[in-house]
Design a protein. Structure first.
Lengths: 393, 393
């Protein structure tokens, strides 16, 4: 108990320090990104080439052949990070203005990790049709659309419609970034646990944006024995409150059809994937699982169960969404390289297969896997190249 | 004739060179701006401050006090350059995609001249209400809106409505940038010509976006004797095709009420301001003006009359929109500093008075005025500071 208590205190202190340090950093720098010129503008000749009159010829060329916008403008390398502020981190519906620091941070990561230019588009509307319309109107200057922190179920329709109605790639990162890294971690966990994907019994708790996408990728990969739980318990055919997405997942799963709560679902399972709420998994529930269970406790910042508690209860591998524990499920492993690859390709669209292939490539990339290291480091310079190349193949 | 012919050939050659050089520059650099991170992201601590978990506290602070978005994010220093591509340079309605090079060039100027971050928003709609709605939805992340290359008369309503419905400053640069520099040039021209503003007889040809704004600023400054001409000739009360804007201008002018064409309007005038079409002013028309007339021949790239032709016909001072003649009326003298000043102030709005004050300050700034130098150089580092300070006062 003393050990657990100490660790908890340590986390509270760390959290506090980052808060103040984050405020200081943001205030000192007045934000995190800036827009700079790549060309010199020191004299009239410079201006005549970069601006009038020379720029008119560049415009005329794009009128003649619209594909030249990719050659002559920022479009080729620029992604919009689009949010409506309805599901900001784990903080909920904060609105557009308060979501800016997250989107700006993401833009900084895009550039630092992958050399991709990204700009925050924080929309002052939460209406599905208006968001779709606004993104389509904005699209000309961008080579890709990263949807971010838009709440379920609206995020599904927005992504699906934009993929159909735009020619540039569209990806909701809360879905596919999280899902791809989770699948990566699971592939390596099953290797260590010496379980085939056909035999693994998986429970996913939390069927929001990330939960639905994770379930879809696991099914695509061939992990079919999945029991799904939402806030009302196990998802089963006798419930009359299921969304289109939940019904589809149920149809794809081969798990024994049970009714009940998460407590019932978890018994005998090999894998728990939590994308739900703090403290929804108890030590007793972990003890009721198959031996040496795999626990992905991904609620942020406070997980479904603390890693030390899971380990005490027999967990073999634990992953969280936090940077202060081993095995952080962090979508920064995927989105920078995924867009970098797509921008190289031009007008192609993301699909499930791409993300499954990225997960397989990333899992193979970790040559020294152990229970404390099931994922590559996001600071490994090879990761972005690997993901980008996988997308391009 | 030989001299004129040579000069024309020279212009054709220069134009050609800039075109190819502009294409080369754009292709080599793949556009002209990039988005970079102002913070290091080398390790987990860096990410914990710039992104999760630390960024959550920055979001929470903005929820508590929305004015902190200016302290903690890019909003403080970032301007949207918004166009619908309906009136790109003098090239007409090219649409959103082909307008990108111009907006990107403008963003480069914003940064290089004033340190302001600016991002191109090239909207794939030309509907007035949809543009207004899109800009309002986009506004949270920006500290100001620079409307650009939107055709008249829609540009008037879009600017007016956005100024009322947004708290951040909004300026249509084709109107106010052009108008402010024109007034600056005119103030100094009248000094050299030794004419009082009350006595100057002015003809403005072309009552589009720039023409309307120029007329409004001249009237605000106290130059009241203005005859307005559009493509149908002199604007007068007996015409039944006048827009709201044209009627207002007519009401504000003290010029003798004439009917007829530009040929009739120009007789005896001291000043011609052309914001219309190439070759609409002939040598004969210049000779019919008052002696030593002032000719602002601002159609771009080909002016209403070439400077050498105007001079041959007795013009005292000639200005154009071109960088290859003296006295270039270039709105780069105004917009970088105007937005820099407004961003410092926060939630204030542009109005006519601000632009008149900028024009007076800029005209006073040229201490060595001559017929060949009625404007400051846009490469003079003092210009942005002067304009910014004038706005803040």
């Amino acid at each position: 108990m003393a050990l657990v208590y100490t660790i908890k205190i340590k986390h509270i202190i760390m959290q506090h320090d980052y808060n103040q340090e984050a405020l200081d950093l943001h205030k000192k720098n007045k934000g995190k990104i800036e827009i700079i010129s790549k060309v010199r503008l020191d004299n009239k000749d410079d201006l005549s080439r970069a601006y009038t009159p020379g720029v008119a010829e560049v415009c005329r060329e794009i009128v003649r052949d619209s594909s030249l916008a990719r050659e002559y403008t920022l479009k080729r390398n620029t992604v919009a990070i689009v949010t409506d502020g309805s599901a900001v981190l784990g903080l909920g519906n904060l609105g557009a203005l308060a979501s800016i620091p997250v989107m700006e941070g993401k833009a900084a990561i895009f550039k630092e990790f992958a050399g991709v230019d990204a700009f925050p588009i924080c929309l002052d509307t939460q209406d599905t049709e208006e968001i779709i319309k606004a993104v389509k109107q904005l699209a000309p200057v961008f080579g890709g659309i990263n949807l971010e922190d838009i709440s379920a179920p609206r995020c599904f329709e927005i992504e699906e419609r934009l993929r159909k109605e735009l020619s540039i790639p569209v990806m909701h990162d809360d879905q596919w970034g999280a899902a791809t890294v989770t699948l990566t971690a699971l592939i390596n966990s099953l290797k260590l646990r010496e379980l085939n994907k056909e035999d693994a019994r998986v429970v996913i708790s939390g069927i929001g944006a990330a939960g639905v996408a994770t379930a879809r990728l696991l099914l695509s990969y061939g992990i079919k024995n999945i029991t799904f739980c939402d806030s009302k318990g196990i998802i089963h055919n006798n419930r009359n409150d299921l969304t289109k997405e939940k019904k589809e997942l149920l149809d794809g799963s081969t798990a024994e059809r049970k009714e009940g709560t998460l407590v019932d679902a978890i018994k005998g399972a090999h894998v728990f994937i939590g994308l739900s709420k703090p403290k929804t998994l108890t030590k007793e529930m972990v003890r009721s699982m198959a031996e040496r269970p795999i626990i992905f406790s991904l609620a942020n910042p406070e997980p479904e169960i603390l890693p030390e508690e899971a380990k005490e209860s027999g967990a073999f591998i634990v992953a969280t969404g936090r940077s202060d524990y081993p095995n952080q499920i962090n979508n920064s492993l995927v989105f920078p390289g995924a867009f970098k690859g797509m921008l190289e390709l031009g007008d192609k669209q993301f699909n499930n297969d791409v993300f499954v292939k990225i997960a397989i490539a990333l899992s193979d990339y970790v040559t020294d896997i152990s229970a404390e290291k099931i994922l590559p480091s996001m600071f490994d310079k090879g990761v972005v190249e690997l993901v980008s190349k996988t997308v391009q193949e």
